[in-house]
Ligand binder design. Structure first.
Ligand SMILES: O=C[C@H](O)COP(=O)(O)O
Length: 233
């Protein structure tokens, strides 16, 4: 059923919010090339890949952005390692960096450590590189979500992002997205990622405050609204 709260979000509009994502360890160069081609065909905002897959050949004039992850998926890397990995990715063509926090620091309520970690990466990849901070929200309490979101914006993050999509606790929820959006206010954006499978999932995340979506199954998602038909996808 189409979400009537946000009827303007057509499949094409949702596509423009998507980081079309391939982060599986077994991804090949051919898989990533296919990801890029599919992203251009679907009209997604970007592709999101592992840094070892860079540089990517993006069709001229497509406008497709390139995002790369750092400290992925555990976040249990040193800040220096995350910063170096991020800088290498930007040198190899990344427009955006999605870094994973040390979730253990968040669980210990050591939000100063989270802020220092993000500050290190931000220093290595200053604007105009877009920095997203993955907080693994499903593993955190509300208090912890608020603490890490505050730390991320203090450190200069452009986005807070719900999930890696690889954590056993799960992915994005409307509750987490809403809490994150309320916490960061107009200082940062929210990316919902992990388990966003249908157009209605996407619309609910946007209604909760997300302005970007991380999705591996973008083709299936964009064709999932019976009211819209196949929508050209
Ligand atoms: O950051 C993006 C996630 O890895 C995508 O998660 P997903 O495979 O559940 O769509």
């Amino acid at each position: 059923m189409t979400d009537n709260r946000i009827p303007e979000l057509t499949p094409a509009a949702v596509a423009r919010l998507i980081d079309h994502t391939l982060l599986k360890p077994e991804a090949t160069v051919a898989d990533v090339e296919a990801l890029v081609a599919e992203a251009v065909a679907l009209g997604t905002y970007s592709v999101c890949v592992s840094p070892s897959m860079l540089p990517l050949a993006v069709p001229a004039g497509s406008g497709l952005k390139i995002a790369a992850v750092t400290g992925f998926p555990s976040g249990k890397h040193t800040s220096a390692t995350k910063a170096a990995e991020a800088a290498q990715a930007v040198a190899a063509g990344a427009d955006e960096i999605d870094m994973v926090i040390d979730v253990g620091a968040a669980k210990a309520h050591d939000f100063d450590a989270v802020q220092a970690d993000v500050t290190s990466v931000r220093a290595a990849v200053p604007a105009p590189t877009v920095l997203k901070v993955i907080i693994e929200a499903a593993a955190l309490s509300d208090e912890e979500i608020v603490g890490v979101c505050r730390a991320a914006v203090e450190a200069g993050a452009d986005f807070v992002k719900t999930s890696t999509g690889f954590h056993p606790s799960g992915g994005a929820t409307e509750h987490a997205v809403r809490l994150m959006a309320e916490t960061v206010g107009d200082r940062a954006h929210v990316k919902a990622s992990g388990g966003v499978r249908t157009l209605d999932d996407a619309r609910r995340m946007v209604a909760a405050g997300a302005t970007r979506l991380g999705v591996s199954g973008s083709r299936a998602l964009l064709g999932s609204d019976p009211a819209e038909g196949a929508a050209g996808y």
